[in-house]
Design a binder for this molecule. Sequence first.
Ligand code: ASP
Length: 595
Amino acid sequence: MSLESVELTDLERDDRIDEVVNNFIRTLPEESGFAKLKKEQQEAVEAILDTLRNMRFEGIDGFQKVVTALLQGIAPELERYVPIAIDNAKATLQEKKGVLVIYTGGTIGSAPKDMDDPDSPQVVKPWRDLKLAAPKLGLLGYPVDAIAFVNPLDSCNVGPPHWHAMVNIIEKHYDDYTGFVILHGTDSMSYTASALSFMMLYLSKPVVITGSQIAGITNPRNDAHQNMITAIMLANPMVHNLPLISEVIVAFGNLFIRGNRTKKMNVVEYQGFNSPNYPLIGKAGDHIVIERKNIRSVDNSSVQFHKKMDTNVIIVEVFPGMQNSQVLANILKDGNLRGVVLKAYGAGNIPTDALFLDLFSAFIERGGVVVCTTSCPAGEVVMGLYETSQVLLDRGIIGGFDITPEAALCKLMVLLGEDDYDLRTVKQLMQQSIAGEQRLSLESTFLAGEKKLEADGKAVAVEGELASVPEESRIEKVMLRFMHAQLQTGQNEDPDYRATIRISLESAMNEQSDQYLGTFSRRRVPENALVGTNESVGESLTVDLTRNKHLFLIKESAGRIKAKQKVKIHVALAGDSGAAFAWKGAELNIYTHDQ
Ligand code: ASP
């Protein structure tokens, strides 16, 4: 399916029929013709108005016909006032910006295929059916317009072409509405919410996605109407005295969740979604409560739409025995494949069988991107915490921290689809929070050079251009990683024997004398076993410099970040004679959190 092929209805403007009817009922008795009626006629007309109050109309024309017909037998002289009263009723509606609903389908808009047989399978119905079944949207006091998929879908059939269509609609109507509501099935809702969050960066308006567990058209007891009304209210916050949520969220049951943090957790309960790794944006109960501090802060940038996607990506979940399976080998050899999201064990661990790991190395060397996430619903991947994940880092697999696999997949699609991004940028951005999808961002400074040190010999220096980190309070960790490291600890054969690495920072950065950063004693590297058959992989040696994080800030001068700030690190070695330390390239990795 091409990205352009989703057929959409025309924009259906809300004529706010409920509001018009209410105004009409209020104002008709004020028309001069009413006063001239006989008392019994007036009472009969009032009874008609009462009846109208409880009826539902599809449009103003339909309403006019019904009123005229009802009046005919009772007060025909009032008929000519009907169009006048309707016009007056319409005129009292102020020109207010409203909400645009994008109806894509899902349980929320489903009903039994055979309406006479409630047990027949549910099929998705057009928007009109849901709108008519829903509570009086017109009474919200602002227009609720809609654009629908001509063929509304079960969300199992929603994917990139439909995300593209949704983003196109929002882009086209961005200035015309206070916010947008997407009605959607629950099955792939987390993917859609994630994809949209990366396709529309720097939003200044709410995009609220919702659906339901019980179909809203024929079931008197359902969660569809509540979810829909709440979502619409969140999309027009000023009118309801609510804070502005300027991001893509899922509002479902009584929880409001950042879209790219959602997980579908329950197939039946009203609380279908949760946010295991990020606090809630808010809750609905008798009041709607929004946690302002959890909303992603908008800077002054204007919204950016990224509509290209590369869909040659997959999610692979690690399972016992996968290392012996030819299937994965075949998948990774597929020439079209560009990105893999690994759902690893726990904190990012996978089998360490060398041949198995070589499959990934070969894919990465061919230009593939592999992102490691956790298959656990909550918690995060810390690459290098266990040896089983350190080997992934050495092979160029990147860590996704606490990003959900759903969000990681969509982010990869968007980043790989962006023509302006080279592979390096894709990998860099994959490790940074661009839409609040992960707790940590990695700012990596490459310190080039192939270096070798002798024990108690002269220190050697490595340098690079410091990646941007302007605030100390945002830094969580600073790690220096030597790649393809070889540390010989000297004559002593005891594997526990250690050499000492001393690290300092050259004065250039701080315009002071050299800063001592720490002394680290380390066993020999490589220790022996874990290096794969692939010669080019190597092992890395990492030291933690977090204690001195204040030294790694980009300094501001006259309110501007100093461009091209250099960082120069000196490394020295102490140990037995014969101790030596060599590496090829180092990285200064600064982990920051968002706010
Ligand atoms: N299969 C449905 C869908 O995702 C389920 C739902 O909406 O809850 O469209």
